[in-house]
Write a protein of this length. Structure first.
Length: 297
């Protein structure tokens, strides 16, 4: 039989509910209700050019199965993520390790690497567009000065996703580096001394025996946040390539935008948005469960 709560415990319980009520209401208002409304819209043929719409059930979801444009956008998104995730993770980790023990200019280097994070990516995308221009871009001028042919970074179907990866990775590497630096700083120095006594004198031995295991929680956080960022690619595509050339850079979110605000198929766009949310959630959850087994807290 459950023990009855004392008057003080009941008062504390009521206070706890009162304190969490504003945050709970905000979550319901900003996240839960919009998701429910999007789901309901995905079950209709609602468009922005007509006040009349009908309930179509799962027709919008069934349409995705045979939609070549959807398959192309999904493929482009995963290819981009497969390039973005290793770049944003490994480069950040290498930079953090490289400047961790520096006595001079460490603060300056941290600021320099973190600066791209403070910039508005939409504005910086225009700068990158000018740098990567196939005719007048600075990068192509350097390539030509070295005796090579100019590269059409944003106009070639074969390398446009690589170019977008370069821009996106540049914008997040500084943030991930700071996270890794915080994790490295929290590792006790006596662990390295104990590892040295056991014969782990080589930097690689220290990394794999001490640094990497102790960096597990930070690495897991960086991996999950980077994977979510990878799937959210939209702004650079909308500004620089508009999904081209030949739909080679048309990613999932940009397709959802086109369906909703260019072709006015809001019902199908809502279905795409929900599928996108489920894919990101499933990917992040699987990544978290897999990495969490190997993390040492």
């Amino acid at each position: 039989m459950a023990k009855a709560l004392s008057p003080l415990q009941r008062a504390q319980t009521r206070l706890a509910y009162i304190l969490i009520a504003p945050a709970t209401a905000l979550i319901v208002l900003i996240y839960i209700i919009p998701i429910i409304l999007v789901f309901l819209a995905s079950l209709t043929d609602y468009t922005l050019v007509s006040d009349y719409f009908e309930f179509v059930g799962l027709a919008n979801y069934q349409k995705m199965i045979g939609d070549a444009v959807f398959a192309n956008a999904l493929s482009n998104t995963f290819i981009y993520a497969a390039m973005f995730l290793p770049a944003s993770f490994l480069i950040s980790l290498v930079l953090a390790i490289a400047i961790q023990d520096r006595k001079q200019f460490r603060s300056l280097l941290e600021v320099l690497f973190f600066l791209p994070v403070t910039a508005t990516l939409s504005a910086m995308a225009l700068v990158w567009g000018a740098l990567l221009d196939s005719r007048q871009g600075v990068i192509n001028s350097i390539i030509q000065s070295l005796g090579f042919a100019p590269v059409n970074f944003l106009g070639s179907e074969n390398i446009v996703l690589f170019s977008l990866t370069l821009i996106s990775a540049w914008s997040v590497i500084g943030f991930n580096m700071v996270l890794f630096l915080a994790g490295l700083t929290a590792i006790p120095k006596n662990l390295y001394e104990a590892a040295a006594i056991d014969g782990a004198d080589h930097p690689l031995d220290k990394f794999f025996r001490v640094t990497w295991p102790m960096l597990g929680p930070t690495a897991m956080f960086v991996a999950v946040t980077s994977s979510i960022t990878a799937f959210k690619l939209f702004d650079t595509v909308a500004i620089l390539t508009h999904g081209g050339p030949g739909r080679a850079s048309e990613v999932f979110l940009y397709l959802a935008f086109l369906e909703g605000f260019e072709y006015f198929n809001m019902g199908y766009s809502a279905a795409l948005s929900l599928v996108f949310l489920l894919i990101v959630f499933a990917f992040a959850l699987a990544q978290t469960l897999f990495v969490d087994r190997k993390v040492q807290y």
